[in-house]
Design a protein around this ligand. Structure first.
Ligand SMILES: [Zn+2]
Length: 237
């Protein structure tokens, strides 16, 4: 038999402290989640910007190529007008000119495609950057609000801690030690008020001995499986 009555107010306070800690943790995680999401989207935009730069370079290179090819084509045309050119030379120049023009066409087609890609990427990344800037700004206001909330929760926790110290002073040291040990091992609730013959912590159904022990008095018995303290508040036979 374990005299559990003095532990009831202590555990109530401890559970309040647990809940406050969980609230703080939950808020911190919310900020972290928001930050991670913004970062992931930022990285996606960085990738798109890198692609944009690559395509812009490719387009510039193709434009230079077209300029060179145009000059070469002009040169071929000039040569074709030279007096006294042999028919064979003329034919060769004609072939060269056709080849240059085909290349120019091909490059211009690529340039047009790249320009469309550039336009889409520019619009896309500009919009994305604007959205991210807005979300970063929003995150800052959320951070401020949550910091205030956490300060409030901590203040409440300090009050509970003070009350807890006072309550614990009134508890027999052996009992307090036993309780603290259980808390350390189990985290959370370690004293349960029960109306059914099974342990709410580990789920074990009671063997006959434990059932008769726990129902025979108004204090607690340790669960024979997991050790939490069980107080019978159900019907007594
Ligand atoms: Zn148990």
């Amino acid at each position: 038999m374990i005299p559990c009555k003095p532990l009831v107010p202590l555990q109530d306070l401890d559970l309040k402290i647990d809940a406050a800690k969980a609230q703080i943790e939950e808020r911190k995680q919310k900020i972290q989640r928001m930050q991670n999401e913004i970062e992931a989207d930022g990285q996606l935009i960085e990738k798109k910007l890198a692609l944009l730069k690559k395509i812009q370079l490719r387009r510039r290179k193709a434009e230079t190529e077209v300029e060179d090819l145009s000059q070469q084509a002009q040169l071929a045309e000039l040569k074709m007008q030279t007096a006294g050119l042999s028919p064979a030379s003329y034919k060769a120049l004609e072939k060269e000119l056709a080849a240059k023009r085909a290349r120019i066409n091909e490059e211009e087609g690529k340039i047009l495609e790249d320009m469309q890609k550039i336009e889409t990427l520019e619009a896309d990344t500009a919009k994305g950057q604007k959205v991210i800037a807005g979300r970063r700004e929003h995150l800052e206001t959320v951070k401020i609000r949550i910091a205030e909330e956490i300060t409030g929760i901590r203040k409440g926790m300090d009050l509970i801690q003070t009350e807890r110290s006072q309550v614990s002073l009134k508890i027999d040291s052996d009992l307090l030690e036993k309780y603290e040990e259980l808390r350390h091992k189990k985290h959370g609730q370690v004293l349960f008020s029960i109306e059914n013959p099974s342990c709410p912590a580990c789920g074990m159904g009671f063997p006959g001995g434990l059932l008769s022990a726990v129902t025979s008095h108004d204090e607690a018995e340790p669960c024979s499986n997991c050790g939490v303290l069980l107080h019978w508040s159900g019907q007594r036979v």
